[in-house]
Design a protein around this ligand. Structure first.
Ligand SMILES: *Cc1c(COP(=O)(O)O)cnc(C)c1O
Length: 481
């Protein structure tokens, strides 16, 4: 008797047939992508696997709607169903995170940060300026006043976490627009412990007097005390903004609570929805009442028209995150990261800060294995292990080659791998990196870019990695036939 075909398999087979009839190469690429993902040992800390319900919510007629404006106040007609899904996503977000207000339109984490920066500039620079001049809105300002206000927008200060300590480019660094908008200074970590140095941060904030203090990270393996951050922000009259793009799933899953939950402490919190939160690609802003009206101006202030199909998928993913099973998932992410840390440490690897409290670890591959991050990343990829290189504090190899490998557990935890498998994963990583040597340049000098790894070792580890994940099928409910 043939096995019963699941509704998910039926849905995807039919969808691929419809696509195949128009452009078969796209249907094939979609099929190949899921096949590749099934074989990968994915340790990229910012990636995950969204549920079929979340993915399916994105492929439909909502994609055709323009919906500029906010719920119930649109610049376009015919938005009642968009209002429904945007309201649902916002309601789930408020309930899940205990936030006063949720804005679910941002298309990505970077977009959410831009909305947040301009909400703070609106509330703290534009509104007081309008009050001072007696104008009701910017269009009523004289040319001279408008010029003065534009100067004021461009002369604000931001304090953000330094890149090599794990901060993000959008926290005021020059290659990103945030660095071109703000006069930025960064705070880092204590060289002795690798932990955020709150007293140094406080001293810097007192001296610099920033408009915004940004907390949050992409590559910091420890907890951040947001109660202390808010205390410092209040002391210097700054707005505390937390970018929880990486760890939103741990907040949603109640692993990060009290001082470590940013939502009760920060005036404004931004996030992606596709990392540990496991939703569709996208962003979101949570805020208190003081910034709500400004945040809702995100589109058309800095965002293009909202993506209603993605907001529908956000509503589905946030509904999933409100289920008790998600709390269990979040706890397993952290247990797995810790098991990975222990497995690596006992094999002699050095981890930045010596371990982890969240979903990620940062291996110092320069001091552990004499490799650059780039060499380690490539050697691991040769061996079927997908990671990414990352700078470490005071990185001797700079931001391009780096000395770190960042590994995260949200994706493997979604597949069901547990702490015993994490020890095996640690063993595979250690085997590869121990067997890898730096390459040499044409003139025979040591290279920071190329590496040498015996193909037999790469092949053997690659097979072991594939066998390991094969025991934890990705999307077991989906069989494309
Ligand atoms: C990933 C990340 C972002 C950017 O998210 P995108 O969706 O890629 O725009 C912003 N901030 C932090 C801290 C991140 O880790």
């Amino acid at each position: 008797m043939p096995a019963e075909i699941s509704p998910e398999s039926t849905a995807y087979r039919a969808a691929l047939d419809v696509i195949r009839a128009v452009e078969p190469r796209v249907a094939d690429a979609i099929g190949q992508e899921v096949a590749d993902q099934r074989e990968m040992l994915k340790l990229i800390a910012s990636e995950n696997y969204a549920s079929p319900a979340t993915l399916l919510a994105m492929g439909n007629w909502f994609s055709d709607k323009y919906a500029e404006g906010t719920i119930g106040r649109r610049f376009y007609a015919g938005c009642r169903n968009v209002d429904t899904v945007e309201s649902l996503a916002a309601e789930h977000a408020r309930e899940l995170f205990g936030a006063r207000h949720a804005y679910v339109q941002p298309h990505s984490g970077i977009d959410a940060n831009l909305v947040a920066f301009w909400a703070v500039l609106g509330a703290r620079v534009e509104v007081p300026f309008l009050e001072k001049t007696g104008a009701r809105q910017v269009n009523d300002l004289t040319d001279a006043d408008w010029a003065e206000l534009r100067q004021a927008f461009g002369n604000q200060r931001m304090l953000g976490m330094s890149l090599d300590a794990g901060g993000h480019l959008t926290h005021g660094f020059r290659p990103n627009i945030s660095g071109k908008m703000f006069d930025q200074r960064s705070y880092g970590t204590d060289p002795a412990t690798g932990l955020i140095d709150y007293e140094a941060l406080r001293a810097s904030a007192r001296e610099f007097k920033p408009l915004i203090i940004v907390a949050g990270y992409s590559a910091y393996p420890r907890l951040v005390n947001f109660r202390i951050m808010r205390e410092i922000a209040d002391e210097v009259g700054a707005t505390l903004m937390v970018d929880m793009a990486h760890f939103a799933g741990l907040v949603a899953g109640k692993v990060l609570t009290g001082d470590f939950d940013p939502v009760p402490h920060a005036q404004i919190v931004t996030t992606t929805t596709h990392k540990s939160l496991r939703g569709p690609r996208g962003g979101m802003v949570l805020c208190d009442d003081s910034l709500k009206d400004q945040v809702d101006r995100g589109c058309p202030m800095v965002l293009g028209g909202p993506l209603p199909h993605v907001m529908a998928a956000k509503a589905v993913a946030l509904a999933e995150a409100r289920r008790p099973a998600f709390q269990d998932y979040a706890q397993r992410i952290v247990d797995n990261a810790r098991a990975l840390a222990e497995g690596l440490t006992k094999r002699g690897a050095t981890l930045v800060t010596g371990g982890t409290d969240n979903h990620l670890n940062l291996i110092d591959v320069a001091s552990s294995y004499g490799l650059t991050g780039r060499q380690a990343e490539a050697a691991l990829l040769d061996s079927g292990i997908v990671t990414n290189r990352n700078a470490i504090p005071a990185d001797p190899n700079g931001a391009w080659y780096t000395s770190g490998i960042r590994i995260g557990t949200p994706a493997l935890t979604t597949r069901g791998l547990g702490t015993a498998e994490m020890d095996e994963v640690a063993g595979l990583i250690d085997r590869v990196l121990t067997a890898t040597e730096p390459g040499t340049t044409k003139s025979g000098a040591p290279s920071k870019a190329s590496h040498v790894l015996d193909a037999k070792v790469a092949d053997e580890i690659s097979h072991r990695a594939t066998d390991l994940v094969a025991g934890f099928p990705l999307y077991p409910e989906i069989d494309l036939g």
